[in-house]
Design a protein around this ligand. Structure first.
Ligand code: PEP
Length: 248
């Protein structure tokens, strides 16, 4: 049985109460016939707002990060249990912007995936190489290293994660990996996960990096691309709805 694709929006640090209201209402109205699972990963202060707006719809709620700690003296952090109270189903972990600007390493990303899973939240684990790494022929080495840390820490629970392959050079740049480039990396990630779990078929491997209304269909047609993690284009309802429509 083929699984439904997953289309997740990553709003990053964008939005305001009025804009969120208009965007989520348009998504809920426009995605009634969606053949895929749809989620929006919103800034933490807007979780309550979007939880209320999505009520009664199939739109799933996601966060953009989670603390590796359960609770306590960790100023500024948001725990998995807190996210869960707001109906969060997904949490992005290890986005390249967090690896790059907040010094997150593979071990921390793996720990974040673990606390999310323990709270019943599906981590969307991001992996991906920089342009320099790709040009040095290190793509496979880098994504496998990032993935191995998460597999090592999460053991048999690994079949419950979502993976997002996001080449750093394609994020927010308008430069997309070709469907063939993306498929090649997705296939090797799938093989790595297959060696770690007999339930590899459950795992969605998303592509992220300048996916838009124009290129979504060709990327989503690849055999190992199970959906998309979408930044910029998820902020515009017509564009995001077109991507959702391409995911069947
Ligand atoms: C992202 O932030 O995960 C992303 C893929 O961004 P964009 O679609 O804007 O490249």
């Amino acid at each position: 049985m083929t699984k439904k694709k997953l289309i997740a929006g990553n709003w990053k640090m964008n939005g305001n109460l009025a804009a969120n209201d208009a965007l989520v209402r348009a998504l809920v109205a426009g995605m009634k016939d969606a053949a895929c699972t749809v989620a929006v990963c919103v800034p933490a202060p807007y979780l309550a707002q979007v939880q209320a707006l999505r009520a009664g719809s199939a739109l799933e709620l996601g966060a953009q990060d989670v603390s590796p700690h359960e609770q306590g003296a960790y100023t500024g952090e948001v725990s998995a249990a807190m996210l869960k109270e707001f109906g969060v189903r997904y949490a992005i972990v290890g986005h390249s912007e967090r690896r790059q600007y907040h010094g997150e390493n593979d071990a921390l990303v793996a720990d974040k995936a673990k606390v999310a899973l323990a709270a019943g939240i599906t981590p969307i684990v991001c992996v991906g190489e920089t342009l320099a790494e790709r040009e040095a022929g290190k793509t496979e080495e880098v994504v496998k290293r990032q993935m191995a840390a998460v597999i090592h820490t999460n053991g048999h629970c690994i079949s419950e994660i979502v993976v997002a392959y996001e080449p750093v050079w394609a994020i927010g740049t308008g430069r997309t990996a070709t469907p063939e480039q993306a498929q090649q990396v997705h296939a090797l990630l799938r093989a790595q996960l297959k060696a770690a779990t007999e339930h590899v078929d459950r795992i969605h491997i998303l592509y992220g990096g300048s996916m838009n209304a124009g290129n979504a269909a060709s990327l989503l047609a690849q055999p190992d691309i199970d959906g998309g993690l979408i930044g910029g284009a998820s902020l515009k309802a017509p564009d995001f709805l077109q991507i959702i429509g391409a995911a069947r």
